[in-house]
Design a protein around this ligand. Structure first.
Ligand code: ZN
Length: 666
């Protein structure tokens, strides 16, 4: 994984880019926390978790059979290492999941998916279709052509993908990879591509890279602009600083966790544009269904008629998926999603014999597949329609989310459980898509800042000691959400209030233990961890160099615009002619004025303050702090005419974001 010299300029390009730094120094010395290790489950938590055992059909073991069906071989030790010896994947830390008894600190339904996601290795899906599962968060599918193999979605890291191919070749004929297909624009579906093929072979035309329309732009854009915030929030979603264990990280819903190797990207050579489009690769017929705006902005399903197999990309999995992702992202449209599944049913429902996705295990036999597709479709449609019905009755997001109950016939299917999305936060996504952040109550139109409000709330409630005393009573009654609510005010009014921090951490922890959804669990347990230990100052996140290299100049300039410190820049007016020697369009006219950076491609000013000629890579290197403007000029990579100080201004006016900002404390 590429790391810039400074953490201040960072492009988060991944939904999953986090790295658990368990030895990170996290203790905030200004807070005297006495109990910072995880605690037992309370009786309330045990009762809530136990209730799941009678509410859900645990006798139905079909998924365990399906998840093992076609198993050929696993990695000998469950560990994948980078060239320098760093462990980038290790399933051994999850050996606690082999226990016969479910720990009372883990929701039984979560325990179930966490065990299912331990199935790992090479699997046969059907003749000529194989899958690598459990070597990363996602699956890699290998399809055997006449002379070579076609790889669908080469995992997150180069190292995982290579380990997967090695495992495949140990058990199947060593035929070359003739094509790679990316089903969609998320990093867990392309990042390992250079573990499977080389960019030289792609450039030489020996390997095709097939992707849906809009792939490249979406792959690099989704998290660039809000990248720093999203990266920090992703630490909560995936439990980045939690130890794996019964009181820590257990699973990530779509898989165990993300691998930590090198993220790579090779640009597509073949773009798929329309539903019904066909392509034959090395004797394998493919028919495509476009599904943009469903799980990803650029996504497609692939039907393989010779094998009666449907690759569902990530639109059909063994969980209710996210309409909103807790790390933060633009919300997804349930209306587009149910329609995509419906089209797949209409087109292939009468003939498909196996559906495989790029997470979890396949579904076999038409009689099982069609009800599965229908009920996944129906859950999205139900959440969409009923959220809107309740919104139209005047309910606000919190009320909508509490009110929606998906019918049991749909909701109790294991593949519809909320292991990644949840009915609660997905219905809020519907509200957000249609009505946005404001609930129309003017008391919420211009709310008071959190710290100011917290101080007044605590004062109104009789002071911190009184609030903590009452919250302790609530804790003893199992009212953990109330404790979290009350202690949020006390902690924000005074983050040094140790009693409040400890009590809120204890409440978060019990809430975490109760969650069926591993991302909700991770959120709560990360909150508890940081209240007890402070925020880790170890920073993470990076962009892969491949991704930055394919980023268009427009996007780089957008990024520089949003890093610009508006107040400091507001009294400057500077014009730049920029000529990029390594990209097209080559010429940009750029203006800094009124605190904003405005650019127009294919234009040059007749008279600019500075004219600079450089490769995009030099601009990135200066921006990231890897070099300075002067050094870049000395090295001959950058030439300029006009006022150099005014170019320097552009860089010195860039803000550098703290990747480890506070969340549960002000
Ligand atoms: Zn994925």
């Amino acid at each position: 994984m590429f790391r810039y010299a400074r953490v201040s300029v960072i492009f988060v390009v991944s939904t999953l880019l986090i790295s658990p730094l368990v030895n990170a120094k996290t203790r905030d010395s200004s807070v005297n926390i006495t109990q910072n290790s995880p605690k037992n489950a309370t009786n309330f938590t045990k009762q809530i978790n136990n209730a799941y055992l009678s509410e859900l059909p645990f006798d139905d073991q079909d998924d365990f059979k399906d998840a093992q069906r076609g198993f050929i071989a696993a990695l000998p030790d469950g560990v994948i290492k980078a060239a320098n010896g760093d462990v980038i994947w290790d399933l051994n830390k999850y050996s606690f999941l082999n226990a016969d008894e479910i720990p009372d600190t883990i929701n039984p339904s979560l325990w179930r998916i966490a065990r299912l996601n331990m199935n790992n290795g090479l699997f046969k899906v059907t003749d000529r279709i194989y899958q690598i599962r459990g070597l990363d968060m996602s699956n890699m599918t290998i399809i055997e052509g006449n002379t070579g193999v076609i790889v669908f979605d080469p995992l997150i890291s180069k190292e995982s993908a290579k380990a997967g191919m090695d495992l495949y070749y140990q058990h199947r004929p060593k035929k070359p990879v003739v094509a790679v297909l990316y089903t969609h624009s998320h990093v867990d579906h392309y990042g390992g591509v250079k573990g499977v093929v080389s960019s030289e072979d792609v450039a030489a035309g020996k390997v095709q890279i097939i992707a849906p329309a809009g792939f490249l732009e979406e792959a690099i854009s989704e998290n660039v602009y809000a990248g720093n915030a999203m990266g920090r929030r992703a630490q909560y979603q995936y439990g980045a600083f939690l130890q794996a264990g019964p009181r820590g990280q257990v699973d990530a819903g779509l898989g165990k966790t993300n691998s930590l190797g090198e993220i790579t990207l090779i640009s597509p050579t073949v773009t798929i544009e329309t539903t019904g489009q066909k392509l034959t690769v090395d004797g394998v017929d493919m028919e495509f269904q476009m599904a943009p705006g469903t799980e990803a902005p650029s996504e497609m399903l692939v039907y393989l008629p010779q094998f009666k197999a449907l690759c569902a990309a990530e639109d059909l999995t063994h969980t209710l998926h996210n309409l909103y992702t807790l790390r933060g992202a633009k919300v997804r449209d349930a209306n587009k999603w149910w329609k995509a599944i419906n089209i797949a049913i209409e087109n292939y429902g009468d003939k498909v014999e196996v559906v495989f996705a790029q997470h979890h295990w396949p579904k076999w036999d038409n009689s099982n597949i069609v009800p599965y597709m229908k009920k996944q479709r129906d859950q999205f449609k139900y959440i969409h329609d009923q959220s809107l019905r309740l919104m139209n009755m005047g309910y606000t997001p919190i009320e909508v989310a509490e009110d929606i109950q998906v019918p049991d016939a749909v909701a109790k299917e294991w593949y519809n459980r909320g292991y990644y999305g949840s009915v609660n936060h997905d219905s809020k996504a519907v509200y957000q898509l249609y009505l946005g952040w404001y609930d129309s109550n003017p008391a919420n139109l211009h709310p008071i800042l959190p710290v100011e409000a917290a101080k007044k709330y605590v004062e109104y409630m009789g002071g911190a000691a009184a609030v903590v005393k009452r919250a302790r009573r609530a804790y003893n009654k199992g009212e953990y959400r109330w404790v979290a609510e009350g202690m949020k005010q006390v902690v924000f009014a005074d983050p040094k209030n140790t009693q409040a921090r400890e009590l809120q951490a204890d409440a978060f922890e019990q809430l975490g233990y109760q969650q069926e959804n591993p991302t909700w669990r991770n959120e709560y347990l990360m909150g508890a961890f940081e209240l007890r230990n402070g925020v880790s100052q170890s920073s993470i996140i990076t962009a892969s160099i491949d991704t930055v290299n394919v980023m268009p100049v427009d996007m780089m300039l957008d990024y520089m615009g949003l890093c610009l410190n508006g107040p400091k820049a507001s009294n400057k007016t500077i014009t730049y002619n920029m000529k990029f020697t390594d990209s097209k369009p080559q010429n940009y006219a750029v203006t800094l004025e009124n605190g904003v950076l405005i650019y127009t491609a294919n234009k040059q000013y007749s008279n600019s303050d500075v004219t600079v000629t450089w490769p995009k890579t030099s601009m990135i290197a200066i921006l990231s702090g890897a070099t300075t403007l002067d050094k870049a000029i000395d090295s001959g990579n950058v030439t300029l005419t006009g006022d150099k100080a005014k170019l320097q201004d552009l860089f010195s006016l860039q803000d550098h974001f703290n990747p480890q900002f506070n969340i549960v404390t002000p």
